[in-house]
Design a binder for this molecule. Sequence first.
Ligand code: IMP
Ligand code: MG
Length: 183
Amino acid sequence: MTERREPPARNDAWPPSAVIYDAETIAARVRALAAEIDAAYEAEDRLLVVGLLKGSFIFLADLVRALSMPVQVDFLVVSSYGDAKVSSGRVRLEYAARSSMEGRNVLLVEDIVDSGTTLEDVVPRLLGLGARSVEICTLLHKRLGGSRHEPRFVGFDAPNAFLVGYGLDHAEDFRQLPYIASL
Ligand code: IMP
Ligand code: MG
């Protein structure tokens, strides 16, 4: 396609060129994470993979396809950022998973853990709904906040930059990139 595409209506270049993790690097890491998860659970655990939308949609799709054991999939929608690059510190639940959490082993899938505010809100919520266990799998971890809910499965220790692509957005732009870049 030679047609020139209009960039997003901000100061961000399209497409962003400061690549932090390219598609091959991500794919290899996702396969390794899936192997870790396969080793940590038994098929009898009836694992329920719960993705936090929207940021986790691409990561979750790749991750579950790399798992060998049977899982079920559901989603939660929370928002904490609005259009800003720093967390508002308040988490709003916009959509709750329809699956029953009662007695389930839940694997919460996040795109990126920054301050940990989202997990502080969501993990107790899931336990309150009767989940037997809640473990967290995040593609990226900035390791900023000393969260009480540390992810058990981490893709990459991310630099303290604002990252976009592979599901991550800035004001809803850039989610489609097959790689992760910094703005
Ligand atoms: P926390 O609640 O501060 O840990 O932030 C978690 C959520 O903020 C993530 O699920 C993302 O949606 C968003 N977020 C945090 N850092 C970034 C970033 O660098 N790029 C895009 N979104 C981010
Ligand atoms: Mg998110």
